[in-house]
Design a protein around this ligand. Structure first.
Ligand code: COA
Length: 259
C-alpha cells in the first residue's frame, strides 16, 4: 500500500510495478486520497530506474466504479489543482509503458484511463461504461479526443451520448483492448505480458511510446484542460446534482424538470 492510502496497493516484481485499486465495499470507487496515491505510485515508477513497466489493476472481479459519487456531491473537483486533475494530467506525460488488467465494472475514469494505456487486457466479465452524459456531466481525461480516434466518431458518440455499459468482446472489437482472457486468470496473463514487455530493450520501448504519442500530446493536453473546466462546471449543475443524488438514493433520475 502507499504511505497515505491503504486502498492503493503497489507491488514490484522484477521490473514490473503493479498498482492495485482495492476498495471492494465501494466497487473500488476512487476518492481524492486514492487519486493522490495513484499519482504518487506512477511518479515513483517513473523515477525508479528498476521499473520498466507499470501495470494498473483492480480486485479480481472489479476494476473501478469510477469517481466516488459522494465526493462528486460533497467535494466536487472544480479546478485544475485537485487530486483527480493531477492524476489525469500525469497520464499523457508518462514515459514508461502503462498497462491495465481489467475485469468487472470499469466505469467513467475506469474506462477513460484505459485510453491512455499502452496495452489493455480484459477479463471476460469486464463491463466498460462512459456514463458522463447520464450523470449530467461531459467527457473527461481526453476521451472526447481519444475515443473517436480509436473507435470512430459514430461509435464514440453512441458510447458517450447513450452511456450504456458494454462487455469485454465488444471492447476488444472496438479496439479498446488488446485481448480478453478468462476472468479466473486475466491478471496472471496480463502480468505475463508485462514481464514480456519488461524484457524488451527499455530505451527502445520508451522511444517507441514517445513517437506513438508525441504528435498530438499538445492537442490532447489542450482538450483535457477544456474538458476539465467544463466537467468542473457541470458537477454543480442542476442536472448533475439530480443524477448523483438519484444514485445515492437508489432511484432513477428525473431530468424532465430541466430544459
Ligand atoms: N461511488 C460511491 N459508491 C459507489 C460507487 C461510486 N462510484 N459505485 C458503487 N458504489 C457503492 C454502491 O452505492 C453500493 O453501496 P451500498 O452497498 O452501500 O449500497 C456498493 O458500492 C456496491 O455497488 P452496487 O451498485 O450495489 O453494485 P453492482 O454490482 O450492482 O453495480 C456498478 C456496480 C459499478 C455497475 C454500479 O455500482 C454503478 O453503476 N456505480 C456508479 C458508477 C458511476 O456512475 N460512476 C461515476 C462515473 S463518472
Amino acid at each position: 500500500m502507499t504511505e497515505a492510502c491503504p486502498e492503493i496497493m503497489t507491488r514490484q516484481d522484477g521490473h514490473v510495478l503493479e498498482i492495485r485499486i482495492e476498495r471492494p465495499e465501494r466497487k473500488n470507487a476512487l476518492r481524492q486520497a486514492m487519486y493522490s496515491a495513484l499519482t504518487e505510485a506512477l511518479n515513483a515508477g517513473e523515477a525508479d530506474p528498476n521499473v520498466r513497466v507499470m501495470l494498473i489493476t483492480g480486485t479480481e472481479d472489479c476494476f473501478t466504479a469510477g469517481n466516488d459519487m459522494e465526493d462528486f456531491l460533497n467535494n466536487p473537483a472544480t479546478d485544475e489543482d485537485t487530486p483527480v486533475m493531477r492524476f489525469l494530467n500525469l497520464l499523457p506525460v508518462l514515459t514508461k509503458p502503462l498497462m491495465a488488467a481489467v475485469n468487472g465494472p470499469a466505469v467513467g475514469v475506469g474506462t477513460t484511463l484505459l485510453l491512455h494505456c499502452d496495452l489493455v487486457y480484459l477479463g471476460a466479465d469486464a463491463r466498460l461504461q462512459l456514463p458522463f452524459v447520464n450523470l449530467g456531466l461531459c467527457p473527461e481525461a481526453g476521451s472526447s479526443l481519444l475515443l473517436p480516434q480509436i473507435v470512430g466518431y459514430q461509435r464514440a458518440a453512441e458510447l458517450l451520448l447513450l452511456g450504456e455499459a458494454f462487455g469485454a468482446d465488444k471492447a476488444r472489437e472496438l479496439g479498446l483492448a488488446n485481448d480478453v482472457f478468462a476472468s479466473a486468470d486475466y491478471q496472471h496473463r496480463a502480468r505475463e505480458k508485462a514481464h514480456q514487455l519488461a524484457k524488451q530493450p527499455a530505451a527502445a520501448v520508451r522511444l517507441t511510446k514517445h513517437l506513438l504519442k508525441q504528435h498530438q500530446r499538445e492537442q490532447l493536453q489542450q482538450q483535457m484542460a477544456e474538458e476539465g473546466k467544463a466537467f468542473g462546471e457541470r458537477l454543480t449543475s442542476p442536472e448533475a446534482r439530480e443524477a448523483i443524488q438519484a444514485f445515492m438514493e437508489k432511484r432513477q433520475p428525473d431530468f424532465t424538470q430541466f430544459s
